[in-house]
Design a protein around this ligand. Structure first.
Ligand code: PMV
Length: 338
């Protein structure tokens, strides 16, 4: 093993994933629907991994005991990456030091960048020759959205049908400089801790009467969004993106007990966005398993939209983010730290 450092950027799905395949090994973490995302500049995880006398995990400067829930997920993931290599020996102990360059307490998808960076750092440190497809599917086993963080620009993850997950693959569809878009991240006041995505997805699968409709209508969104993105058609992409988001949230809300990730401010932001659109400022909303709103727009309308949405009561922070780059690995000298 050697010291390796990986950087992976977070991503936001323009066409959403919600729900896991129930006909296959849960360890494979296969999505029930495909998804299409934009990788985010700036928002990233940097993870350094090297050999050590015993397993240790430091996140944002705080050490987590090996049996703490977050650390045990990290070490289970290292076991998974090690098992993808040729050795039948036990995995050597590792020191993991990870830093999330994401806004503090934002409830943004740090699991996407985090599991992708962990996978890349582990494979590089363990000197495993794994191709990008394998690295992406290993990342997916840590967190579904992490499969998309390997690449910059715009990325598509296809759900596939094979029970071994062999046709569940992610791939870059268009580079970051394809189109000068921005994603505004409009932070709404945080509520009580939301239900985690794995538990929430299972609840929707088993109890939401809208779950099947959500699954059945997703493939058309995926193809429509890719086509709109390719021809740089923002109204068409935005319409599909908002519809995908609202279908997902309708499916969540119709779960029993209900999954309501939005707060009042979330809806106020969306209404202000639609009012701005009527005034000629074009932007389209999406939202994940949390209260924040993400708005896709042209670079030249980003600041005007940000000024307008930033003034909505309850908005606590706002960032303007460009399409981001590929994940990458470096081999720092022994003294270096993240
Ligand atoms: O990757 P997970 O398990 O955190 O799930 C991500 C789910 C959504 O963010 C709601 C949608 C998506 O495709 O990223």
């Amino acid at each position: 093993m050697k010291l390796a450092r990986a950087t992976a950027h977070s991503n936001i799905a323009l066409v959403k994933y919600w729900g896991k395949r129930s006909d296959s090994d849960p360890q494979l973490n296969l999505p029930a629907v495909g998804s299409l995302s934009m990788t985010l500049s700036e928002l990233r995880s940097v993870t350094e991994l090297g050999p050590a006398p015993a397993d240790s995990f430091v996140l944002d400067g705080s050490e987590h005991a090996p049996d703490a829930s977050i650390a045990s997920k990290v070490f289970a993931h290292l076991d998974r990456v090690w098992a993808a290599g040729p050795s039948s020996d036990a995995r050597p102990p590792c020191r993991v030091n990870s830093v999330n360059h994401l806004p503090t307490a934002a409830g943004l998808a740090s699991s996407a960048s985090g599991f992708c960076a962990l996978t890349l750092a582990a494979a590089a440190s363990m000197e495993l020759a794994l191709d990008e497809g394998r690295l992406s599917s290993l990342s997916r086993q840590g967190s579904g959205s992490a499969a998309r963080s390997l690449w910059g620009g715009f990325v598509r993850l296809d759900a596939g049908n094979a029970s071994d997950g062999s046709d569940c693959t992610a791939r870059p569809i268009l580079p970051a400089d394809h189109w000068d878009l921005r994603l505004l991240i409009v932070h709404a006041v945080r509520g009580p801790k939301a239900v985690g995505s794995t538990e929430g997805m299972e609840r929707s699968r088993t109890s939401s009467p809208y779950y099947q409709a959500w699954i059945d209508t997703s493939a058309a969104d995926l193809d429509g969004a890719q086509a709109a993105l390719t021809r740089r058609d923002l109204p068409a992409l935005g319409q599909i993106m908002e519809h995908s988001c609202f279908k997902m949230h309708a499916c969540m809300m119709a779960s029993d007990p209900p999954l309501v990730y939005w707060r009042g401010t979330t809806l106020e932001i969306m209404h202000e966005l639609w009012a701005a659109r009527r005034d000629g400022l074009e932007g389209y909303a999406t939202s994940d398993a949390g209260p924040h709103v993400k708005v896709l727009c042209h670079a030249n309308t980003a600041q005007a939209l940000a000024d307008r949405l930033g003034a909505v009561p309850g908005v606590t922070d706002l960032q303007i983010i460009a399409p981001g780059p590929h994940a990458h690995v470096e081999f720092p000298s022994e003294e270096a730290t993240t």
